[in-house]
Design a protein around this ligand. Structure first.
Ligand code: PLP
Length: 362
């Protein structure tokens, strides 16, 4: 069936797989014949418990999450994690080291500074975050309670080409804009968090994957909801969770399983991104400011070098059914977010449009 849908290049919330939307729509008034919509269902019901358990099981399977990690489905977005991480993990020295690779990393560090001794060990701000700094184990304070990185930088279109070696210091990664787009070795991280609204589900769910031995260190003054232990002990249902968001997330996990897992997803993501970067690099009009080895598969940033032309591009793109091609409001230019659910046809349509626009605006 055709729904006349646009290709939506938004940085988030963003597209979901059409097959998931169709299955959710089919079950919307009466979930699998149980007589209720998931939107209306008690979070203590048998049906919802099954949805939650299956979502966790499937996520564990596709990400190959080791048994000594807890999986939590929380609320508050990546933004609340900027506070929850220091409130729970500043447990010995009260020190944490941050690498600054963009606005979200800066916000995470700024929030953490409210709670402890935060050191910026590296930053690429001097070059408008156009690359990922190389950081060695010796750069971290040996007594730091954790190291924080933003694995994919949504606004600047960069991604870590390596996992920093932090030795025994737990590594915390914000994977909001790249989770499920690549196979990662979860055991290299102490904690991974990701807002769902880019690669997983509608907004309102945050995935937290946390090594068990790091749980249980929040001070008594930490609000109940902000203590990971509370959520870990109550299987993400201490209070009313985002039932509908978790349900859609579960459907997306099943979809990824069905297409061959994260390895298959990654192959497609690499093909889409390569096609777009190759075209940008060959064009006379567009340039990508990001160092080649640090380019994101998810957020492709490019400019024409002329602010008015950039605005025209975004407006004409929208009229052609290519939505949300504007760069983040803080930097302008263009950004095509090509998350997991963007089909190859969407990338092809974008490249065709870019070629036409280039020919018309020489
Ligand atoms: N971290 C990254 C990498 C993001 O891209 C975003 C939002 O786009 C956030 C954190 C903030 O997430 P939220 O709006 O879910 O709080």
């Amino acid at each position: 069936m055709s729904y006349n849908r646009a290709y939506n290049f938004s940085a988030g919330p963003s597209m979901l797989p059409l097959s998931v939307i169709e299955s959710v729509a089919e079950n919307l008034p009466n979930y699998k014949g149980c007589g209720e919509s998931v939107m209306e269902m008690s979070h203590r019901s048998k049906e919802f418990k099954t949805i939650l358990e299956e979502a966790e099981k499937d996520l564990r399977e596709i990400m190959n999450i080791p048994d000594n990690y807890k999986v939590m489905f929380l609320q508050g977005g990546g933004t609340l994690q900027f506070a929850m991480v220091p409130l729970n993990l500043l447990r010995k020295s009260g020190k944490a080291d941050y690498i600054i690779t963009g606005s979200w990393a800066k916000k995470a560090a700024k929030e953490a500074k409210k709670f402890g001794d935060i050191k910026i060990v590296a930053s690429s701000e001097e070059s408008t975050f156009s690359y990922i700094p190389e950081v060695k184990k010796e750069d971290f304070r040996p007594d730091a309670d954790y190291v924080h990185i933003t694995f994919n930088n949504t606004i600047y279109g960069t991604h870590y080409p390596y996992i920093p070696d932090t030795g025994d210091i737990p590594l915390v990664a914000d994977m909001s804009s790249c989770i499920l787009s690549e196979e990662i070795d979860v055991s290299k991280f102490g904690l991974i968090y990701a807002g769902a609204q880019k690669n997983v589900a509608p907004s309102g769910v945050t995935i937290v994957i946390m090594r068990e031995d790091l749980i249980g260190f929040a001070k008594e003054t930490v609000p109940t909801y902000l203590d990971y232990k509370v959520h870990a002990e109550n299987d993400s249902a201490y209070n009313t969770p985002n039932c509908f968001g978790i349900y859609v997330a579960g459907e997306v996990f099943k979809h990824i399983k069905n297409i061959g897992g994260i390895a298959a997803m990654h192959d497609l993501d690499v093909k889409k991104a390569k096609k777009l970067y190759d075209y940008i690099d060959s064009s006379q009009l567009y340039t990508c400011p990001v160092r080649e080895q640090d380019r994101s598969l998810m957020n492709v940033v490019f400019v024409t070098g002329n602010g008015d032309l950039d605005k025209k591009f975004v407006a004409e793109g929208k009229a052609a059914g290519l939505h949300n091609l504007n760069g983040h409001r803080s930097i302008g230019g263009m950004r095509a977010s090509i998350y997991n659910a963007m089909p190859m046809e969407g990338v092809d349509a974008l490249i065709d449009f870019m070629k036409k626009f280039e020919a018309e605006n020489k």
